[in-house]
Design a protein around this ligand. Structure first.
Ligand code: AMP
Ligand code: ZN
Length: 115
């Protein structure tokens, strides 16, 4: 656990959230400032700052995360119309919380390219 990391605090239940999905390694919950009608964040419970900090040992975790995202998207009713998964990384990616997380965005049509 990294001091002063809000998502570590959420993973440790120091900041309560309503879990949409939880297992030993992952937690999913609603984004506090939704950018779409359905906006879920999926975080690894262990602190990883961003995609650049992944190492070989994280391969199974990340595969597991994508499989969980598929399940959560179905659970949230996004399977028929589709959805977007985003991982913002550092400044140019628009990352504001430096604990790796996937955004699942759905419930409306997305534009491309993103802003
Ligand atoms: P990013 O800009 O990719 O780092 O995304 C961070 C996301 O975390 C933003 O969409 C915020 O709205 C969201 N967020 C920050 N604090 C909380 C919180 N306490 N609970 C839920 N979502 C949060
Ligand atoms: Zn953290």
């Amino acid at each position: 656990m990294q001091q002063d990391c809000i998502f570590c605090k959420i993973a440790a239940k120091e900041i309560p959230v309503q879990p949409l999905y939880e297992d030993e390694h992952l937690l999913a919950f609603l984004d506090i400032n939704p950018a779409a009608p359905v906006h879920v964040l999926v975080i690894p419970k262990k602190h990883i700052a961003n995609l650049l900090d992944l190492d070989k040992q994280d391969q199974s975790l990340m595969g597991h995360m994508l499989t969980a995202i598929s399940q959560i998207a179905k659970q949230m009713g996004l399977a028929d119309d589709g959805f977007r998964v985003v991982i913002n990384t550092k400044e140019n990616g628009g990352q504001t919380v430096h604990h790796l997380h996937c955004h699942i965005l759905g419930g409306r049509s997305m534009t491309w390219p993103p802003g």
